[in-house]
Design a protein. Structure first.
Length: 186
């Protein structure tokens, strides 16, 4: 129930946002989802969180995603040693029914994703979602980046791509990474 309330809140929030959203006073917990990597291994989100984590929902055919992914790679390269984790969650296909599952999605998407990453020089970890999780999250706009703190709480949601949203994301990262080091922050 709590997950549905969170997703409903995110949907209302996304509908009211044109650019980067202002910070909210209380942070909501991001649903504890399972992700599948390109080798078919499942991982729980809570087991891959960093001091700060960016979950980026994207697709290989999405023009704004193609602009955003190299920027996220730069952030990963710059802040990875300080605790940043960037997870690229591919949503190229509509949610697959359970009888197809992630294995069916992997068959189609793995070659596309690997070709895209090779052509662009990206090295971010890539994951897929099962159909019910993708439906539950209600991803209806891409790219969609969610900044999460070390506890798994949503700090900020960035629908779409713009230089202003990337600048804001960078500022938020500085704050989150400073929290870890005890140098202040939010």
């Amino acid at each position: 129930m709590r997950t549905r309330a969170f997703i409903a809140g995110v949907s209302v929030f996304l509908a009211s946002v044109a650019a980067a959203a202002p910070p909210t006073p209380a942070r909501e917990k991001f649903p504890d989802i399972r992700l599948t990597d390109l080798s078919g291994q499942e991982v729980e989100l809570r087991n891959v969180l960093g001091t700060a984590t960016i979950i980026d929902f994207w697709a290989t055919w999405c023009g704004p995603c193609r602009l955003e992914m190299p920027e996220l790679q730069k952030l990963s390269n710059e802040f990875g040693a300080k605790g940043l984790v960037v997870l690229a969650v591919d949503v190229d296909l509509p949610p697959a029914p359970e009888d197809v599952g992630v294995a069916g999605q992997l068959t189609v998407m793995k070659p596309r994703i690997e070709a895209f990453f090779k052509a662009t020089g990206l090295t971010l970890p890539v994951f897929l979602l099962d159909g019910p999780t993708q439906t539950m999250l209600g991803i209806n706009q891409i790219p969609l980046s969610v900044l999460i703190d070390r506890r798994g709480d949503v700090v900020r949601i960035y629908p779409g791509f713009s230089p202003a949203s990337m600048a804001d994301l960078r500022r938020e990262l500085h704050g989150l990474l400073a929290e870890r080091s005890g140098k202040g922050g939010k």
